[in-house]
Design a protein around this ligand. Structure first.
Ligand code: NAD
Ligand code: 6OD
Length: 463
């Protein structure tokens, strides 16, 4: 009998609605039946969140911060269960899940608890005038999460939303419901007041019902640019606050003065981590001509040694393979990979190609697989032009040992995040998000707390 995944509403598991299958991408086997929320179930979850909102918002921030630490403690106690469920849903390597995905879940609650509890209020003086600002939670926040880092990204939003005094309804990805369902259990185990966290499962249509619900006061979304655009239209009439972390087509720049060992190893990480299924992954590499041949050969050799990781679904695997076919059709030189890998499971070869025009679909559209295009450049100016030519602007990576150049180039890259001689190194206090088609707003540190609350300025005349 397959495990059935329930919704989590007002502190209770809710086994309602038809079920749909969830698969282990490493084997292709069906592993769960997931209940799909219709309008009635979504409505029930939103109403539960609304009922819980006043009491939760009225708690002192230090008390909500204590709840966040209890959640973090319980995540650590149930570490092995979370690791197992996340691996089953995503096919991630054990090491990555143990060192990144699940520990970040606990860290997300601890960090935002600390930042919120220590945040000072603002006051402004003029002669005879005192103004001060209070911040109030939005109310009920819809939290829409993708499948690539399910637990990490859900908790990245829940930590600040909850500590800021909001109650939430989460809609995990239909592909990866497991860790969210387990998190519902964790909320119940620590005794979190019922209704503060609610979780409904389903496809995009469930997400749509949720963001459109009149009882939802704000939407935080991480996912594709196309879905972000749909959500933006859906909430336009109600002018709901939105925070969007969307897609990318991230560039990596390798200068001839780079430490090549470090640049090759770092680029292998930035292209192939999680099978390229991280929004921050590099899909366009530009290398200064004197080191281009050597860098390309070394990258291709290392790529061929990478342990393949499954694509999240048969459909996503087909999408990635369609870009491999497109590259060949458009005359790319394939340096390594370029094909499917036999099943079971949804595997493709880690792939490096070169020789395609900058305006090709391969070089402009987000592929979200273990693949990059590599091209030479001759000047710093050209490198910047190439990197900035994308409609996206999430992350960029820069490899150089020249300190002046590092700052000069980093400051001109059109991206919300720039890494120099490293990749995906995170300080949770820093603003995180993208420019252009890669998003609206920033999460991280006080920026998250700002999104999840509204300021009211109170001004008094002093006589
Ligand atoms: P997706 O946009 O297909 O789905 C994301 C979530 O939105 C899922 O839970 C889905 O069910 C839901 N959804 C779909 N249609 C909806 C609608 N109309 N209304 C409300 N919800 C809806 O994205 P995905 O395929 O799950 O994730 C991959 C994408 O996410 C990639 O483009 C990647 O770059 C992006 N991403 C961005 C970041 C970032 O921080 N910028 C992080 C992770 C992933
Ligand atoms: O690490 C994070 O905080 C974060 N938001 C990562 C997003 C990765 C996208 O796939």
């Amino acid at each position: 009998m397959l495990e059935r995944v329930p919704h989590f509403i007002e502190g209770e598991q809710v086994f309602e609605g038809p079920t749909f299958p969830a698969y282990d991408p490493a084997t292709g086997a069906e592993i769960r039946r997931v209940h799909e929320a219709d309008a009635a179930v979504v409505d029930r979850a939103v109403r539960a969140a609304r009922r819980a909102a006043p009491a939760w918002a009225a708690l002192p921030v230090a008390e909500r911060a204590r709840w966040m630490r209890r959640l973090a403690d319980r995540i650590e106690e149930r570490f092995d269960d979370l690791v197992a469920v996340e691996i089953a849903d995503t096919g991630k390597p054990l090491e990555q899940t143990r060192t990144l995905d699940i520990p970040r879940g606990a860290a997300n609650f601890r960090s935002f608890a600390e930042i919120a509890a220590q945040r000072p209020a603002e006051a402004f003086h003029l002669p005879g005038v005192l103004s001060y600002t209070i911040r109030r939670p939005l109310g009920v926040v819809a939290v829409i999460v993708p499948w690539n880092l399910p637990f990490l990204l859900m908790t990245w939003k829940l930590g600040p939303a909850l500590v800021a005094g909001n109650t939430v309804v989460v809609k995990p990805s239909e592909n990866t419901p497991g860790s969210a369902a387990l998190f519902g259990e964790i909320c119940a185990e620590v005794g979190l007041p019922p209704g503060v966290v609610n979780i409904v499962h389903g496809y995009g249509r469930t997400g749509q019902l949720l963001v459109e619900h009149r009882g939802v006061d704000g939407v935080t979304f991480t996912g594709s640019t196309r879905t972000g655009s749909t959500i933006m239209k859906s909430v336009a009439d109600r002018v709901k606050p939105i925070s969007f972390e969307l897609g990318g087509k991230n560039a990596g720049l390798v200068f001839a003065d780079a430490d090549l060992d470090r640049a090759v190893a770092g680029s292998v990480r930035s292209v192939f981590t999680n099978g390229g299924q991280v929004c921050l992954c590099t899909e366009r590499l530009y290398v200064e001509r004197p080191v281009f041949e050597e860098f390309a050969a070394r990258l291709a050799q290392r790529a061929a040694e990478v342990t393949p990781q499954p694509m999240i679904s048969a459909q996503h695997r087909e999408k990635v393979l369609s870009y491999y076919r497109l590259a060949r059709k458009e005359g790319a030189k394939v340096l390594t990979g370029g094909d499917a890998l036999p099943g079971p499971g949804y595997f493709v070869e880690p792939t490096v190609v070169t020789g395609l025009p900058e305006d090709s679909r391969f070089n402009t559209e987000e592929i979200f697989g273990p693949v990059c295009h590599i091209a030479p450049f001759d000047t710093e100016e050209e490198a910047l032009e190439l990197a900035n030519s994308s409609e996206y602007g999430l992350a960029a990576t820069l490899w150089t040992t020249n300190l002046d150049r590092a700052h000069r180039v980093a400051q001109r890259l059109e991206a919300g995040l720039v890494w120099v001689n490293t990749w995906y190194l995170r300080d949770l206090r820093t603003p995180f998000g993208g420019v252009k088609l890669s998003g609206i707003g920033r999460e991280g540190g006080t920026q998250s707390l700002d999104f999840y609350s509204e300021p009211t300025t109170i001004t008094m005349e002093l006589t």
